[in-house]
Design a protein around this ligand. Structure first.
Ligand code: GDP
Ligand code: MG
Length: 183
């Protein structure tokens, strides 16, 4: 447990999105610098009660201040009933993730937005993330389409690869910048 003196900013971030889009891999990549090999979609959790898989924490040292990222990776969804109200409520930021090679994960985004509208606090910063850009030849969702969707919903947009570590650091830094700007 850290006291206030240990940091200047504490960012509470919750990852949401369909199972299999790469939420766990994004968190592992950011917090541990790892891409777990051969890992399938999250399994072995109690679907009915388990909503929080890990508490990832990472401290990022900047020249002028210290930031702590506290990250909740959600698992075991039952698609739209996944997260309890309190996780949304306490989040400063949401990372809404889909998989660019999976049209279905993109088509579900409006359902996730409904959840956000219902449960998140209205100051929340949401970033839409299209993950798995290393699989460009399997892309099903055009970048422009996703950018348009994000813009229409006043969300930031970024494409990432947890596997290749592409834009993962940037994802969390962009969120932090936005949160500091709005604070
Ligand atoms: P979650 O259910 O959203 O937490 O998804 P996971 O992080 O468990 O990832 C689901 C599957 O997608 C796993 O087989 C991962 O290895 C794979 N995966 C995750 N991120 C990437 C990525 O950036 N590129 C590729 N090629 N595969 C990924
Ligand atoms: Mg997971």
């Amino acid at each position: 447990i850290m006291s206030m003196e240990d940091y200047d900013y504490l960012f509470k971030i919750v990852l949401i999105g369909n199972a299999g889009v790469g939420k766990t891999c994004l968190v592992r990549r950011f917090t541990q610098g790892l891409f777990p090999p051969g890992q399938g979609a999250t399994i072995g959790v109690d679907f009915m009660i388990k909503t929080v898989e890990i508490n990832g924490e990472k401290v990022k040292v900047h020249p002028n201040h210290r930031e702590v990222y506290k990250i909740w990776d959600t698992a075991g969804q039952e698609r739209f009933r996944s997260i309890t109200q309190s996780y949304y409520r306490s989040a400063n930021a949401l990372i809404l993730t889909y998989d660019i090679t999976c049209e279905d994960s993109f088509r579900c985004l409006p359902e996730w937005l409904k959840e956000i509208e219902q449960y998140a606090n209205n100051q929340v910063v949401t970033i839409l993330v299209g993950n798995k850009i290393d699989l460009a030849d399997k892309r099903e969702v055009l970048r422009l389409r996703a950018e348009d969707f994000a813009q229409a919903q006043s969300m930031l947009y970024l494409e990432t690869s947890a596997k290749e570590s592409d834009n993962v650091e940037k994802l969390f830094l962009d969120l932090a910048c936005e949160l500091i700007r709005e604070a």
